[in-house]
Design a protein around this ligand. Sequence first.
Ligand code: ADP
Ligand code: ASP
Ligand code: MG
Length: 407
Amino acid sequence: MKKLVVQKFGGSSVANIDRIKEVAKRVVSYKKHHQDVVTVVSALGDTTNELEELAFSISKTPPDREMDMLMSTGEQISCALLAMAVKKLGHDAISFTGGQVGIKTDKSHTKAKIIKIDAKRIKKAIKERKIVIVAGFQGITDDLEITTLGRGGSDLTAVALAKALDADVCEIYTDVKGIYTTDPRVEKKAKKISKITYEEMLEMAALGAQVMQSRSIEVAKKYNIPMHVRSSFSKEEGTMIIKDNEKMESVSVRGVTCNKSEAKVTICNVEDKPGVAAKIFTEISKSGVNVDTIVQNVSHTRRTDISFTVPIVELAKARKTIKILSKKIKMDNVLSDKDIARISIVGSGMRSHKGIAAKMFQALADNKVNIDMITTSEISVSCIINRKLADKAVRVLHKEFNLERIK
Ligand code: ADP
Ligand code: ASP
Ligand code: MG
């Protein structure tokens, strides 16, 4: 039977017209091997960041609906250009927006969830032997409002389409050769991992390994979709993301990640009584802000400090909500710190290896990196540290856990 491949090309793979022409050649090569192809594209190069900057130059809290109208345009440009480039090579292609191929989402603008995909239109185009090119990162609500799927969301478009079309494989083409033990831009000695489990990849992505969007891995894991992360600049095999396999060696630490896109908020001297934390975090969540690590100190005076992290782009929104809350809840000043980074170690072997966290803290201490907050999960340990020390900390931990020697 004919194979169906869903593949996604990230922003760096379609950064300019020459790159788009290269991608077109690669897409066409699948057709030559008698495979059907559905190609998802991200916006050209840094377009999405540039669009975001434009919006923030008008307002610190731009309306979410209008953000989606703006941010979704980037992918519409790249999918049209790629379709033109494929046609120029003598193959039939057609580009679609997310809405046009029935990617239905909920109404949570800027981080919408896909509810269902009505793939009729894509299936018809495939039957007509067309190469289908879809704008990543976007969908549409029942009210015909355009939504986006969160940063890095083209990965999710690809995985969701792979599921809807029952594809044989989902390929993620990017600017590195696969998933590495840490960001190869930060640590030159980082090693490419040939196979990684959904669970470990999900944790690495959630903790900042930008190479894959974490929600896309959640969907791939749920439906057991084989994923191949590889480079659009070479023919080399990349990394397979697969189900847990007993034969896979369970190393204590598989990778080190770093997230520099969060800020820390501290509400000083909040009243310490039942219901206060509930009220604060309910209101912040209602305003659409994603809170991560939360730390509340023990109080000796019936007042306490509460600190938590939020995405930097949502900091202004969070502060606005707290300002309104300060009229109802007793608190002193509110501090925010953008100069933080989350540094994490991840590995499913942590379940059975002892002393990993202590080893991490000691390595950071030996290198004069102070730890501000700590969180753990079954297969990860994360520390919030000063952003200026983040790259150094990545290299220290990579060495400490011998990741450069991994095979
Ligand atoms: P794309 O434009 O293809 O979506 P991204 O910039 O979103 O690409 O992701 C690729 C980048 O992710 C790489 O250039 C690399 O610097 C970074 N990265 C961070 N952590 C990792 C990791 N563990 N393995 C591979 N790449 C990583
Ligand atoms: N262009 C969007 C972003 O930069 C989506 C993506 O690239 O996956 O977040
Ligand atoms: Mg990406």
